[in-house]
Design a protein. Sequence first.
Length: 254
Amino acid sequence: MKRLFSILAITCLMAIGTVNANATTFATTTATITTVAQEEPVSEDLSFHQELKKRFIEGGAGFMGVVLLCLILGLAIAIERIIYLNLSTTNTKKLTQNVEDALNSGGVEAAKEVCRNTKGPVASIFYQGLDRVDEGTDAAEKAVVAYGGVQMGQLEKNVSWISLFIALAPMLGFMGTVIGMISAFDKIEAAGDMNPSLVAGGIKVALLTTVFGLIVAIILQIFYNYIIAKIDSIVNDMEDASITLMDLLVRHKK
């Protein structure tokens, strides 16, 4: 019996020793894996949106916020102008044909009714010319020219603000560049040593503000050129339609 207890005790001791050895080996292996995982750099592929957000924050809230405000305001005005100009576009050939048919069938009042039911600056100019036709073709021509200038002013409304933001955004970026360089040189002066790590932050902020300012200017410039081209197209249609209207009125008077 004593021999049996001795054998059981020795077996338990050997089992406990094996478990402890395995636990020690497992802990050592786990610690090694953890150390290797910590030493390896974690490379994360950021999306374009995340990278843009990261760079925006690194550029500083001061100048980057003002540049972002220029972009928001410029885009808001550009979108409003694009919508207005698209709504102002009229099929001038169809309108001219409808006005001519109305003049031949129902006279000036019928032609004015056609213009009232048609949207756009060309129809408004036609209406003003038809409204003065009783005073003579010269009065009608003066009314068309005067109201054409008014309509042109409506088309170009707020476009100058877009050009302002186009010029302002890169200038703010360059100002951020200058301030960032001044900050970098201040750090060098305070440290008394030309350490690259001291100037890297200031130069990075300086370059980021310049890049974002140029990006904003490029985006707004594209919208601005489209708006100007659209305005020129509508103005050309207005001028051609005005000449056609005067020819119609002269023939109708005869």
